[in-house]
Design a protein around this ligand. Structure first.
Ligand SMILES: C[S@@+](CC[C@H](N)C(=O)[O-])C[C@H]1O[C@@H](n2cnc3c(N)ncnc32)[C@H](O)[C@@H]1O
Length: 221
């Protein structure tokens, strides 16, 4: 099985997606590993760029891996540890719905489709040059449930929308929502505080929160 890290042209092809101001050069491989680890099938991304190709690479590799596992082929995962409950579930396809308005002057999201094509990842991508706030009118109703949501667009306005719009879209089977940079700016911190308040008040049952701190980042307003 091919992994992105030993695909010769991978790092050359993704070069145009790297943008210093987005700060996702480490987040992207982190997301890749996290996805390989927790195996979400249907994912949603708000704000595309470098992260998009790493997410797609993980989804493509999982797709190929699960095909082999389903047919009891030997992989790097010892089949004796297979959890039948997981394999018997009717999972959605491995797909990433990615939204980007292309409004940020330094965005690289305009190049995602081309890079995804070159790396043969496009089968797993649905890219929308649309405002994510309209996503319920864009994504078919039957697909409005996600195993993983990655929000890479900050700002109080968006955090408030995310709560009402996105939390209800986390899969009933259990899922993850990741917000980037909540500890390095005032809006993120305010959002986090009221999420914690809601958790403490029992308003978000079955929800667990973990925050990762990037100590190198200056706090911004
Ligand atoms: C921080 S950047 C995303 C960085 C990207 N994940 C990466 O790895 O390079 C946030 C993106 O959100 C986009 N954006 C801003 N407002 C939006 C909206 N309302 N709906 C969808 N995308 C939006 C911007 O064009 C920008 O590309």
């Amino acid at each position: 099985m091919k992994f992105i890290f030993n695909q010769k042209n991978f790092f050359n092809e993704i070069e145009p997606l790297i943008s210093k101001s987005m700060g996702t050069e480490h987040m992207s491989p982190f997301l890749y590993s996290f996805i390989k680890f927790i195996r979400p099938h249907r994912c949603l991304e708000i704000g595309g760029g470098l992260t998009t190709v790493y997410i797609l690479s993980a989804l493509k590799e999982l797709h190929e891996l699960e095909k082999q596992e389903m047919s009891n082929k030997e992989t790097n995962f010892d089949l004796r540890f297979k959890n039948d409950d997981y394999y018997n579930l009717k999972h959605p396809d491995f797909i990433l719905h990615s939204f980007d308005l292309l409004s940020h002057p330094k965005t690289s999201a305009n190049k995602i489709s081309e890079v995804a094509n070159k790396l043969e990842l496009n089968k797993h991508l649905k890219f929308y040059n649309e405002d994510y706030k309209n996503l319920v009118n864009i994504i078919p109703k039957a697909e409005l449930e996600f195993d993983l949501i990655w929000c890479d667009l900050g700002g109080l306005e968006h955090y408030l929308v995310y709560q009402d719009l996105l939390l209800p879209l986390i899969s009933n089977r259990g899922g993850y929502i990741i917000f980037h940079s909540t500890l390095s700016n005032v809006h993120g911190l305010a959002f986090l505080s009221q999420l914690k308040l809601k958790l403490n008040n029992g308003m978000l049952p079955n929800f667990e929160l973990i925050s990762l701190f990037e100590p190198q980042k200056k706090k911004t307003k």
